[in-house]
Design a protein around this ligand. Structure first.
Ligand code: NAI
Length: 330
């Protein structure tokens, strides 16, 4: 079976090729993302595999169907970039890798919290300049601080585990509360209460019509002064303009982003010699209390191994006419 692997980076090629020894698919690796402009490239394949910034909308799905392609294997957990309703109507199956990177993203989240709090980036660049002053590097202890975790699925839960070790007071918000977390003595509260009481707010829920811009101007208004906001989930969960206003007014004390609303235009590209035309991004990048990483939360050896194994297993199941409840959305 011939699989078109879109948005393929050298590391995808390495991990998928190694794992494919057990599966024997004919994998064709394409650098470009799958969208309406590139969909013609999918014509020769029996199925396609895509990542976070491919745009699998109605027209792409209809074109895939016209090529007799009936399965899209996402190599990620989030599925906001695919029109599931249309896929269902067209009879196109969709699989994903639900929890390949829970530890990686949770640990990256903690890395961002600590780097922001202890001003590690500023400290490092000072030391490189032979400046050993402490002024401006003051942090705070995480112990006894209130951390609000929005979404307690695989990643949120792992983060709760880690922050329990730090001695934080943890507030959670999720339409489907986890008994494990309640059993640990942590409390589920409304998003409103979480926003009002948290010193650190970390987002770990999917992006969908309900959650889009859950952090908007009103939410920022209700936050504690000098709140820390971390988003390692999907950029569209926060209204970037509201965040910029909050940073300008001093309401937001720290911002850590591994994802950004308009990241598909920047994602995984070296623009070192280019002019970035996204003014909102440019403004965000000027604040000294903002740390932006490159959608790398998932990017560990263990996650890539797991993602390759699950993606290929999903394709094997699809071609065998089977469905795996855990990993098949359709
Ligand atoms: P998951 O599906 O295990 O958990 C998501 C949780 O969010 C569920 O418990 C669900 O009930 C809850 N939820 C849904 N809507 C909500 C809402 N409006 N408010 C609060 N909670 C809500 O997903 P997982 O694996 O924990 O991933 C979470 C998100 O992290 C993914 O949707 C994806 O967007 C992002 N992600 C980011 C990565 C990165 O590299 N930065 C890598 C992998 C995932």
């Amino acid at each position: 079976m011939k699989i078109g692997v879109f948005s393929c980076k050298p590391y995808d090629r390495e991990f998928l090729s190694a794992r494919n020894n057990n599966f024997g698919f004919e994998l064709e690796f394409l650098d470009c993302s799958l969208n309406i402009e590139t969909v013609e490239l999918a014509r020769p394949f029996d199925a396609v595999s895509v990542f976070v910034n491919d745009v699998i909308d109605e027209s792409v799905l209809k074109t895939l169907k016209s090529f007799d392609i009936h399965h899209v294997a996402l190599r990620c957990a989030g599925f906001n970039n695919i029109d599931l309703e249309q896929a269902r109507k067209l009879g196109i199956g969709v699989s994903r890798v639900p929890s390949y990177s829970a530890e990686s993203v949770a640990e990256h989240t903690v890395a961002i919290i600590l780097a922001l709090n202890r001003k590690l980036i500023k400290a490092s660049s000072r030391v490189l300049d032979n400046n050993f002053e402490l002024d401006g590097l003051l942090g705070f202890n995480l112990r006894c601080k209130t951390v609000g975790i929005v979404g307690t699925g695989a990643i949120g839960k792992r983060l709760v585990d880690i922050l329990t070790g730090f001695g934080c007071r943890i507030l959670c918000c999720d339409p489907i509360p986890s008994e494990d977390i309640s059993a640990m003595g942590h409390q589920y509260v409304s998003l409103d209460k979480l926003i009002k009481e948290s010193d650190v707010i970390s987002l770990h829920c999917p992006l969908n019509a309900d959650s889009q811009h859950m952090i908007d101007h009103a939410a920022v208004q209700n936050m504690k002064v000098q709140v820390m906001i971390i988003n390692t989930s999907r950029g569209g969960l926060v209204n970037t303009q509201a965040i910029v206003s909050g940073l300008k007014s001093g309401k937001i004390g720290y911002l850590g982003l591994d994802v950004y609303e308009m990241e598909s235009e920047l994602s995984n590209t070296d623009l070192v010699c280019e002019t970035i035309s996204d003014d909102t991004y440019q403004r965000l990048a000027t604040f000294p209390n903002v740390l932006i990483t490159v959608h790398q939360g998932f990017f560990t050896v263990e996650s890539l191994q797991q993602s390759a194994a699950t993606t290929l297993k999903n394709l094997q199941y699809y071609f065998a006419g089977k469905v795996c409840d855990e990993t098949f959305l359709l």
